[in-house]
Design a binder for this molecule. Structure first.
Ligand SMILES: [Zn+2]
Length: 359
């Protein structure tokens, strides 16, 4: 595990050299590096070592001799390290929120999905027979076999809905190409549905916390898991993507953000530019005298003044506007660039995202 962590950290250092919060590789490129390089290193051969059932289904046999709780927590910490570099979100942005915004599966679900994908495809093979043990369910291989049995049973139950004839189903199951598609589809859907369910539960739990009502006003808390959130960032410059993530999660340099107040050890929530009691995103957008002289240009470019629509449709306009006029220190080096100034038109035409899963 230590070798794995070292390898991933080297990869992260390389990504840091080619990108920063306001420059370099875009979020799409960094997302590709996460999947193609970092995650590929972690999931490599995971069918051999990742024995853990993340679903906690009471109907399932409990895994007794799987991967240790310490290794699981190490993997989850590594996911946080990776996602902070990939997304360029502020520290203390909840990892669940980042995973949802950039459409990444929780690491344990991903590992389970890849491991089960491999095992289910090898099920019934001669190699699989070799690793079967029967020591009263105590050997890890026996536990792994039980898990695969459950999965294969579920896949066949799902397929039976499409194939009434049991003999035909068996015949198709024996075809490696067909089996591969069925298994891959099932394992991904299962992981996706679990990630979706977990995000909804997590978002509801946030609302019940003492500062929950303020938190859930941020757009990122109000949209469910799916690739429709990630598509909001497509086509934007790296600085715009960092700004948009901050605007949607609320974790950005405004005085009402408790993360900033903790870091600066200040209790002041007022606007440093006009003294308004609450330095919020909506204040900067619609009320602050320093910004609102540019507001007609923003409304003119978007043809509306709806906050939610800016956060879900006109992300190109709102992120440029925020970089140029919100006066946030993090964007000082790019705020004067011509591409972010108004009056201007949309440069990225956005169609509505698809809330369903995609592979
Ligand atoms: Zn103000």
């Amino acid at each position: 595990m230590c070798i794995l962590v070292d390898k991933v950290r080297k990869g992260l250092a390389a990504i840091k050299r080619i990108s920063g919060p306001t420059w370099g590789a875009t979020l799409e490129k960094r997302h590709q590096l996460y999947h193609g390089k970092l995650l590929a290193q972690i999931v490599y051969a995971c069918a051999a070592w990742f024995l853990h059932d993340p679903f906690n289904d009471p109907c399932h046999e409990k895994i007794m001799f799987g991967i240790s709780p310490r290794a699981l927590s190490l993997l989850e910490s590594l996911q946080i390290e990776m996602l902070l570099v990939i997304s360029r979100a502020w520290k203390q942005t909840p990892v669940t929120l980042i995973e949802k915004e950039i459409h990444v599966l929780p690491i344990l679900l991903k590992l389970h999905s890849v491991a089960m994908n491999h095992r289910c495809q090898k099920y019934d093979s001669k190699e699989y027979e070799l690793i079967k043990f029967d020591t009263q369910h105590k050997h890890p291989f026996t536990q792994m076999g039980l898990l695969v049995d459950q999965h294969v049973r579920h896949i066949r139950e799902v397929r039976r809905l499409h194939h009434d004839d049991e003999a035909e189903l068996e015949d198709l199951w024996q075809k490696p190409a067909k089996r591969k598609v069925w298994v891959k589809d099932f394992t991904y859907k299962k992981a996706f549905e679990e990630a979706k369910k977990r995000f909804d539960l997590w978002a509801r739990a946030q609302a019940a916390k003492p500062d929950g009502l303020t938190k859930i006003l941020n757009p990122a808390y109000r949209t469910g898991f799916g690739d429709h959130c990630f598509s909001l960032y497509f086509g934007l410059a790296a600085a715009q993507q960092t700004m948009l993530l901050g605007l949607r999660t609320g974790n950005i340099g405004i005085n009402t953000n408790p993360v900033l107040r903790r870091a600066t050890q200040s209790s002041d929530m007022s606007c440093p530019r006009c003294g308004d009691p609450l330095h919020t995103i909506k204040h900067l957008m619609f009320q602050c005298p320093e910004t609102i002289r540019h507001l007609p240009s923003l409304i003119d470019a978007a043809s509306h003044s709806d906050f939610d629509r800016f956060m879900t449709e006109d992300t190109d306009l709102i992120s440029s506007y925020a970089i140029a006029y919100f006066g946030l220190d993090q964007f000082d080096s790019v705020k004067d660039q011509a591409r972010y100034q108004f009056p201007r038109r949309r440069t990225v035409i956005r169609t509505k995202g698809n809330a369903d899963y995609k592979k």
